[in-house]
Ligand binder design. Structure first.
Ligand code: 4HU
Length: 446
């Protein structure tokens, strides 16, 4: 369509049909650079993490949604110089469409909300867990994909929404054994920045860009920060004043600076007062330097951090009241957060809080000779229809092998189908933890 200018010479490849491969060549059995396989033990940890994400989301009355991992590139092309754009995993598909592997979930959510339009009643409380991608030069050896848990509230303008989102993350942290002495939240509002920029008549259209520059404080030299701010039409006086305000860590000091009438202060005061009522004040601190690295935030922003300061931000989010209109939709008040699956696992490892997640199969069923394989599968079916898990031995194996496998899969019971017992309609049931052995009628198995 008209707005899909086919650009050339950009990062991202132009699509071409698959090439021929020499099947004699051994393919690389490792996953592509920056990506992971999830063999069983890793998948158990991932499922445990996601189960906690889901249970908390449901505890807060949120509904699960999902979107394609492949989206139009246009969803992510914002003009504020975000890192997420520099690392976009984008390409041209075979229909010459500019597409991208999603680097985050919020734009997809915004797109679906616009698509649903008036057919959904507000407020919307949606959550998603989805794989997100970035194409980063592997020089830094960082991952190119991660899974992100998102919760978003659409249609609530008050900071009661942000307070609820923070409460859900704290509930998650508590579920997995983390306390306010392990992690905390740095809280600020982009309205702080907005009020300072207005004082120095910095053009509104520079707001997103200034936020992205400020988010780089601590990641690039301060001289570069100052140079970037100058290139965003800020005077040296405005820059120094801004950097001074951003160093504030107390609301009282912020009030001295900005006065008591601004929205930034009233939002923050209301949020901290709600935190008191939720009972999670000890988890929060005001920190004016927090802006987050996404251009679309417009109000409260927050990020979860580990108090030992060894790890990158655990999660982050905030209010984004203007995102829908950037896609041509009618604006709706919105806020949400993203919570990646990498830093939290590093933190749990650090704190010795990784859960023991072993495979547990209730029964292993084995026939003692070839003719009884069918009988064994009948026994397996009876148990499965009772809701029990069964590992059915599928080949003629020596008992030694069966016992070894029973131990490896952590089976509770070994059920042997032998001729003599089967003639009597019985099977041999061995409780592996105690060694207790019983002959039980098949129709009395439970
Ligand atoms: O947090 C930024 C991000 C986005 C996509 C994939 C990965 Br890994 N990291």
């Amino acid at each position: 369509s008209a707005n899909q200018k086919v650009r050339t010479g950009r990062s991202g490849s132009v699509s071409s049909p698959p090439v021929e491969y020499d099947n004699a060549e051994k393919i690389d059995v490792n996953p592509p650079k920056g990506t992971r396989d999830f063999p069983p033990e890793d998948m158990r940890l991932r499922n445990w993490l996601f189960q906690n994400f889901r249970e908390v989301s449901k505890q807060f009355g949120f509904e699960e949604v999902d979107f394609p991992v492949l989206e139009s590139e246009a969803l992510y092309i914002r003009k504020a110089g975000e890192e997420i754009r520099d690392q976009l995993y984008c390409f041209e598909d075979r229909g010459n469409r500019r597409v991208a592997l999603r680097p985050e979930l919020t734009p997809s959510l915004a797109r679906l909300v616009i698509q649903k339009g008036k057919s959904v009643s507000l407020p919307l409380k949606w959550f998603a867990i989805g794989q997100c991608w970035r194409y980063e030069r592997m020089t830094r050896g960082r991952r190119r994909e991660h899974y992100q848990w998102n919760m978003d509230i659409i249609g609530v303008p008050d900071v009661t929404a942000e307070a609820e989102l923070i409460s859900s993350i704290i509930t998650f942290f508590k579920r997995i054994g983390l306390t306010a002495s392990d992690v905390g939240f740095k809280i600020s509002s982009r309205k702080v920045l907005q009020e300072v920029l207005r004082c120095y008549s910095v053009p509104e259209n520079m707001f997103g860009r200034v936020c992205i520059i400020i988010d780089k404080i601590g990641k690039i030299p301060m001289d570069d920060i100052r140079k970037d701010l100058q290139s965003a039409d800020m005077s040296d006086v405005a820059i120094e004043e801004l950097l001074q305000v951003l160093s504030l860590k107390s609301l009282a000091k912020l009030e001295e600076k900005l006065g008591a009438s601004g929205e930034a202060l009233s939002d923050l005061k209301q949020l901290f007062s709600l935190a008191e009522k939720y009972g999670y004040s000890e988890w929060l601190q005001f920190d004016a330097s927090i802006v987050r690295g996404l251009a679309y935030y417009t109000g409260i922003v927050f990020e979860g951090f580990d108090r030992e300061g060894k790890l990158r931000a655990i999660c982050g989010g905030g209010r984004y009241d203007r995102l829908l209109s950037t896609f041509g939709g009618d604006d709706l008040p919105a806020c949400g957060f993203g919570f990646g699956d990498a830093v939290i696992v590093e933190l749990l490892k650090e704190r010795g809080l990784l859960p023991e997640l072993n495979l547990q199969v209730e029964n292993i069923v084995c026939s003692l000779d070839q003719e009884l394989q069918g009988a064994a599968s009948a026994v397996a079916t009876i148990l499965r229809e009772k809701g029990q898990s069964v590992d059915l031995v599928l080949e003629n194996k020596p008992l030694k092998w069966v016992f070894k496998r029973a131990a490896r899969i952590n089976a509770r019971r070994l059920i042997l189908v032998g001729n003599a017992e089967w003639q009597k309609g019985m099977v041999n049931v061995k409780t592996l933890s105690t060694g207790e052995q019983l002959e039980i009628k098949v129709n009395e198995l439970e």
